[in-house]
Design a protein around this ligand. Structure first.
Ligand code: ATP
Length: 350
C-alpha cells in the first residue's frame, strides 16, 4: 500500500525566516523518501502591517488538517515586541497544545565552541511549552505612574508538569540514554517548583533503568559552561528552558545551528530554528540555514523517516567539516550556497 503524502504547512514568517525556510525545505525534500505536500501560510509582520490580521480563525482551522508545521521566524522591528510572538507563535504552541519543546544541544565540531577543552556535548532539553510565566496571566495598575504595579503570574498544573516529565523519561528510555536531570528553583519557588519536584520523583520511580538528577537553575547555568558533557537529558520549565537553551546554543556554535521541535504527540507538531528573525542580517543572504535544516531533520524523524533525518545530519556534519558555511561560522558561503552544498552531498555529487 502506498504511504499517504504528508501535508506540511510552511510558515516562513519574518526576516531571515523567509530566506532559510525555502532552503531547508529543499534539503528536507531531497533527503526523504516520504511524499511531502507543502502549502505556504503567509503569517507574519507584512500581513499584520498591511491588514491588521495576525492569525485568522480560518487558517487555524485549516492547519488542523496538516501533519506538521515548518516555521522560520516571527518578529519585526516595526511591530511592538510581543504582538507577533503572542499572536502567532505562542498561539500555535498553545492552541495546538504543543507541550514538549525539544531542543537538542550537540557540538558537531570541537572548534565551534567558545569553551576551553570542551568534551562531547550531546544534551536533549525538554522545555515545558504551554505554562509558566508565558500564559499571559497578570495585569498592570497605575501604568506609567510612579506607583505602577505590574503582575505576571507563574502558573503550573499537575497535568502540564507530569506530561512533559513523562515525555522526557519515555524519550530517554526509547533512545537508550543514561540520565534525566530536572532543572528548577525549588528552594525559592516553593509552591510551583515543589510541584515539579514531587511529580518528577514520582514519575522517575517508574524508570528504574535511568539515572535521575536534580539541579537548581543557577547551578545548572554554571554546569552548562564548566561541564556540559555531564548532562544527558534535561527536563525544565518554560522560562528556564528558554534561557538555558540559548546558552546551550552559544556553547555549541551559536544560534545558526540550534534547532527545535514543538511537539504534541497526539496532534499537530511544529519545527523551527531557535533563532528569531534577525533583522540585522535579513535580506542579505548570509543567514545560516543549518538551524532550520536541522529542525527539518527533527520533522522527518517525527513523521517516521529516521533514515532521512540521519541523512540530513550527515550532510550538516559534512558542510561543517568542509567549512562550507556562512560568515558567522567563519565561512565564505551565502545562505543559498550552503543549501546547494547540502543538496550536492545528498545527491552524492561530492
Ligand atoms: P527576534 O526579535 O525575531 O527574536 P533578534 O534579532 O532579536 O530577532 P535572533 O534572531 O534570535 O534575535 O538573533 C540574535 C542575533 O544572532 C541576530 O541579530 C543575528 O546577528 C544572529 N543570528 C541569529 N540567527 C542567525 C542565523 N541563522 N545566522 C546567522 N546569524 C544569526
Amino acid at each position: 500500500m502506498l504511504n499517504k503524502p504528508k501535508k506540511i504547512a510552511l510558515i516562513p514568517g519574518d526576516g531571515i525566516g523567509k530566506e532559510v525556510i525555502p532552503i531547508a525545505f529543499e534539503v528536507v525534500k531531497k533527503a526523504t523518501t516520504l511524499e511531502l505536500k507543502a502549502q505556504n501560510f503567509a503569517l507574519g509582520s507584512e500581513r499584520y502591517l498591511q491588514t491588521g490580521e495576525l492569525f485568522p480563525e480560518a487558517e487555524k482551522k485549516a492547519l488542523q488538517d496538516f501533519d506538521a508545521v515548518f516555521l522560520g521566524a516571527l518578529g519585526d522591528p516595526r511591530v511592538k515586541p510581543g504582538i507577533l510572538e503572542r499572536g502567532i507563535l505562542l498561539t500555535l504552541r498553545f492552541e495546538f497544545d504543543q507541550y514538549a519543546n525539544l531542543r537538542p544541544l550537540k557540538l558537531y565540531r570541537k572548534d565551534l565552541t567558545p569553551l576551553k577543552n570542551a568534551a562531547d556535548i550531546d544534551v536533549m532539553f525538554f522545555r515545558e511549552n504551554t505554562e509558566d510565566l508565558y500564559i499571559g496571566a497578570g495585569g498592570v495598575l497605575k501604568k506609567g505612574t510612579a506607583d505602577e504595579v505590574a503582575l505576571q503570574e507563574l502558573v503550573q498544573t499537575r497535568k502540564g508538569v507530569e506530561r512533559i516529565i513523562r515525555y522526557a523519561f519515555e524519550w530517554a528510555k526509547s533512545k537508550g540514554r543514561q540520565k534525566v536531570t530536572l532543572i528548577d528553583k525549588c528552594n525559592v519557588l516553593t509552591y510551583a517548583h515543589d510541584l515539579w519536584q514531587r511529580v518528577f520523583w514520582e514519575v522517575a520511580s517508574e524508570y528504574s533503568s535511568l539515572e535521575k538528577d536534580h539541579l537548581l537553575v543557577d547551578a545548572a547555568a554554571m554546569k552548562m559552561v564548566l561541564a556540559p558533557e555531564s548532562l544527558d537529558v534535561v527536563v525544565t520549565t518554560n522560562m528556564f528552558g528558554d534561557i538555558l537553551t540559548d546558552l546551550g546554543a552559544a556553547i555549541c556554535g551559536g544560534l545558526g545551528l540550534a534547532a527545535s521541535g514543538n511537539i504534541n504527540p497526539e496532534g499537530l507538531s511544529m519545527f523551527e530554528p531557535v533563532h528569531g528573525s534577525a533583522p540585522d542580517i535579513a535580506g542579505k543572504n548570509i543567514a545560516n540555514p543549518l538551524a532550520t535544516v536541522l529542525a527539518g531533520a527533527m520533522m522527518l524523524e517525527h513523521l517516521g523517516d529516521n533514515r532521512g533525518a540521519c541523512k540530513i545530519e550527515e550532510a550538516v556534519v559534512w558542510v561543517l567539516e568542509h567549512k562550507k558555511v556562512t560568515p558567522e561560522l567563519g565561512g565564505m558561503l551565502s545562505s543559498t550556497e550552503v543549501g546547494e552544498a547540502l543538496l550536492a552531498y545528498l545527491e552524492g555529487k561530492v
